[in-house]
Design a protein around this ligand. Structure first.
Ligand code: CO
Ligand code: ZN
Length: 332
C-alpha cells in the first residue's frame, strides 16, 4: 500500500499536465476494472460492477505548482501560481519541470522583508546568465512542481503531492480489495484539474451521471503547535466530511458513511473544513443534482512541499471506500 502512494507521489503532474499520473494509474488499474476510458479533459473513468445504484468515487491526479510567465534579460524567470500556492512557502525551494529541469526560487532582497514575500518579488533561477540560455531550459507557459521525494518514517508518509495522490492510491487499493465484485455500479474516476477549480470532476460526472458521488481527498489538520482549531488529527482515523466551502454533505449520506464505518470497525473523525473544497463541489451540480459525500485523509502542511499523512488513516480510507462501494444506497 505504501508503495502505491510513493509511486504516484514521485510523478510530475501539475494541473492540466496529469498525463504521466493518469497513464501510470491506468496501467495499475487496467486488470482490476470492467471498463475504462479517458475523456476529452484527460480524466480516467473506470467502472466495476452493475446493478444497485450508480456510485462515483473521484480522486484528483493533479498537484499544485507554478507556471513561468516571464523571463528577463539575465535569464531569471517570474512565476505564478497553479492552484492554491502561498508565496511564503516558496523562497529557497526547488521546482522541477516536465523534462527534469530544476529551478531554485529566489527572492529580491532589497526593499522588502521576508514577511512581504510575494509573487512579485520571487524569481526562478535555473543557473544561467542570459535569456537565451534560460530559454534552452524553460519556456513561457512551462509548469513546475515542488521537489520532495516520498519518505516513510514510522507510520507517516511525507511527500509532495500527497494531495491527492494519496486519494488516488485509496481508490487503487480499494479496487484490489473489491476484485471486480461489487453490489453497485461503481465508477472510480481519476480526475484532472481539481486544484484550479474542480474542472475535471465537472465533465466526468456529467458523463457518468451518478446517483451518489464521493470525493476522496486530503483535508487539513488540527494537531500541531498553535494551529487553528480543527477536529482532525493524524492517526485518529479516516475523516468523514460534514462540510467544506464547496459542499454540505447531505445528512443521509453522512449517516450512511458513519454507519458503514462503525459496522466495519473503521475509526473515523468528523470533519468541518473552513477553507477549501473537493471534487464533490462539482459532482453535486451535475445535471439535476447529485448527493455527495467526502472521504478525507487528515494531512499536515497541505499545499506545502512536504505534506504528511498517517498510514493508518490511509488504510481506514481504503476500508471505508471498499465498504461504501458495496453499501446499500437505496435510501439516498
Ligand atoms: Co489541494
Ligand atoms: Zn486535493
Amino acid at each position: 500500500m505504501k508503495q502505491t502512494i510513493r509511486t504516484l507521489c514521485e510523478l510530475y503532474g501539475p494541473s492540466g499536465h496529469e498525463e504521466r499520473v493518469v497513464e501510470k494509474i491506468e496501467e495499475m488499474v487496467k486488470p482490476r476494472v470492467d471498463e475504462f476510458h479517458r475523456d476529452v479533459m484527460g480524466n480516467l473513468i473506470t467502472r466495476i460492477g452493475s446493478g444497485g445504484r450508480k456510485l462515483m468515487f473521484a480522486a484528483h491526479t493533479d498537484e499544485i505548482g507554478v507556471v513561468v510567465h516571464y523571463i528577463d534579460a539575465k535569464g531569471f524567470a517570474r512565476i505564478s501560481r497553479v492552484g492554491g500556492v502561498n508565496p511564503l512557502w516558496l523562497y529557497g525551494r526547488r521546482v522541477q519541470f516536465a523534462d527534469g529541469t530544476i529551478g531554485v526560487i529566489g527572492r529580491e532582497q532589497r526593499g522588502t522583508k521576508p514577511k512581504d514575500t510575494d509573487w512579485n518579488n520571487l524569481f526562478l533561477d535555473v543557473g544561467v546568465t542570459c535569456k537565451k540560455d534560460a530559454e534552452k531550459l524553460i519556456k513561457i507557459g512551462d509548469f513546475g512542481v515542488f521537489v520532495r521525494s516520498p519518505v516513510t518514517q514510522g507510520k507517516v508518509i511525507i511527500s509532495k503531492a500527497l494531495d491527492d495522490r494519496i486519494g488516488c492510491a485509496v481508490l487503487i487499493e480499494a479496487l484490489k480489495k473489491l476484485k471486480k465484485k461489487v453490489k453497485n455500479e461503481v465508477y472510480f474516476v481519476f480526475t484532472v484539474q481539481e486544484e484550479v477549480g474542480v474542472r475535471g470532476a465537472r465533465t466526468s460526472a456529467w458523463s457518468v451521471t451518478p446517483d451518489v458521488g464521493y470525493a476522496v481527498d486530503i483535508t487539513t489538520w488540527g494537531d500541531t503547535p498553535l494551529v487553528e482549531p480543527m477536529n482532525t488529527e493524524l492517526g485518529k482515523g479516516v475523516a468523514i466530511k460534514a462540510m467544506d466551502q464547496g459542499t454540505i454533505v447531505s445528512p443521509k449520506i453522512r449517516k450512511l458513511m458513519i454507519d458503514t464505518a462503525e459496522s466495519n470497525d473503521i475509526p473515523y473523525q468528523i470533519e468541518v473544513l473552513r477553507g477549501g473544497a473537493t471534487d464533490a463541489f462539482a459532482i453535486q451540480f451535475t445535471k439535476t443534482g447529485v448527493p455527495c459525500g467526502v472521504v478525507s485523509i487528515p494531512t499536515r502542511y497541505v499545499h506545502q512541499p512536504s505534506e504528511m499523512a498517517h498510514l493508518d488513516d490511509f488504510a481506514g480510507a481504503v476500508k471505508l471506500v471498499t465498504a461504501l462501494a458495496n453499501a446499500d444506497h437505496s435510501a439516498i
